[in-house]
Each structure stands twice: as structure tokens, then as C-alpha cells.
Design a protein around this ligand. Structure first.
Ligand code: CA
Length: 227
């Protein structure tokens, strides 16, 4: 298994939803602790090793915003994904400003929740063993890349480009950032060369359930495709 071990704290007072989410996450090999109110969430976050938290905003007692505020006030970097009941911009902005890392609006698709949690853990723990996004896997120790279970051959630079895009999944990265990331020793690489590497990587990963989008005049963004 290439994904890092994940211990998820799920904070949700809707017991049916909590049960459904925890089944899905356990089905992906994650360890899930469920609590149903803000005080228990606060206590769990202060006392347990948690990889990532799925936190409902609307909770009895202490609400989700306050749980995040207390978590960050303790100096913790534990990633937090907020669940919001409605697509409310003010809730999202407030949540992100309070220190949450991401959010999902209910109802959401299970694969999207799983992908976002993995991305959050990956960002918080960049030196972990491997990368996986949908059907695309990179194992840095064996230098093996697979798309939809098939091994794909990547040059060293194609590998570095893909690894950087995967580490920044769902984020726009500039061509210059890619150059800086793949050539720490300062060898000359042109912006045109980056375009060539990206287009080759895009072809080789076409079956992996990901898209490498071109952000015109700027750079690229790798995203999982949800079907
Ligand atoms: Ca709720």
C-alpha cells in the first residue's frame, strides 16, 4: 500500500452520515474515530495522534469553527477538512480564516472526500513513502510509476515533473515553480522544455483518472477526475 497510514477523526452529529462516512473511510484502509460534539472533538485532538480531521461546522455545544480555533491556538498543524451544510461563502471563508485547510459542501461524493483527505495528509507530511491520486501511483523507493495498474516508463525529469504536480494536487503551479522543483542543482531548463515534459507525462498518465490542466500563460494543475 502506497498511502501513508491515516488516522482520521470524524466529528459529525448526524449519526447516519457519520456511519456512512466512517464506513467509506475504513473501506480505504483508514482508522476512523467518530465523535459527535465539539467538546469531544477538542479533547480528542488535544490527546490523540490524528492525521486529518473531518469536521462538521454545525455541532451541539462548541461548533466546528471553535474547534479549529482551539486546535490552532494550541499550535497544532493537524489538517482539517470542514463539512458545511450549505454552499455558504461566508461559512467557507470564516472556516479557512480560522485555520481549516479545506472544505466540502454536503452532500458530497465519497471519492472526492477520500481524495481530498489523502491530499491534505500528503501536504502535511511531504516525505511520506508514496503518492497516489486515483489510478496514478508513484513509489519513490522502487522508482515505479503505475497508471491504472500498468507500469509506465518515465524519464528522470518526467518523474520529477509528475511528482511535483502530484504533491501539489488541485493547486495551480507555475512553469517556473516546476523548474525550481525539478532542478535543485540549477541546471538550465527552459520553459519550453517544461511544456514538453508535461505533455509527455500527460500522454503517459492518460488512463490514470487524473487530468493535467493547462492554465494558459501561467502553468498547470493536476486534478483527480471524479466520475
Ligand atoms: Ca451538524
Amino acid at each position: 500500500m502506497l498511502d501513508p497510514f491515516m488516522h482520521v477523526l470524524l466529528v459529525e452529529d448526524d449519526l447516519v452520515l457519520a456511519d456512512g462516512i466512517s464506513r467509506i473511510l475504513r473501506g480505504h484502509g483508514m482508522v476512523v474515530d467518530v465523535v459527535t460534539n465539539g467538546a469531544d472533538a477538542d479533547h480528542a485532538l488535544a490527546s490523540r495522534e490524528i492525521s486529518v480531521t473531518v469536521l462538521d461546522i454545525g455541532l451541539p455545544g462548541i461548533d466546528g469553527f471553535e474547534v479549529v480555533r482551539r486546535l490552532r491556538a494550541r499550535g497544532s498543524n493537524t489538517p482539517v477538512l470542514l463539512l458545511t451544510a450549505r454552499d455558504d461563502v461566508q461559512d467557507r471563508v470564516r472556516g479557512l480564516e480560522t485555520g481549516a485547510d479545506d472544505y466540502l459542501v454536503k452532500p458530497f461524493a465519497a471519492p472526492e472526500l477520500v481524495a481530498r483527505l489523502k491530499a491534505l495528509v500528503r501536504r502535511s507530511n511531504p516525505r511520506q513513502a508514496g503518492l497516489q491520486i486515483n489510478g496514478l501511483q508513484l513509489d519513490p523507493f522502487s522508482r515505479r510509476a503505475t497508471a491504472d495498474g500498468q507500469v509506465i516508463e518515465l524519464s528522470a525529469r518526467e518523474w520529477a515533473v509528475l511528482e511535483y504536480l502530484m504533491q501539489n494536487v488541485s493547486r495551480v503551479v507555475s512553469k517556473q515553480q516546476i523548474i525550481d522543483a525539478i532542478l535543485p542543482w540549477g541546471e538550465e531548463v527552459t520553459l519550453n522544455a517544461v511544456e514538453v515534459y508535461v505533455s509527455r507525462v500527460r500522454v503517459k498518465t492518460a488512463s490514470a483518472g487524473i487530468a493535467i490542466k493547462t492554465i494558459r500563460g501561467f502553468g498547470y494543475m493536476l486534478e483527480p477526475i471524479f466520475t
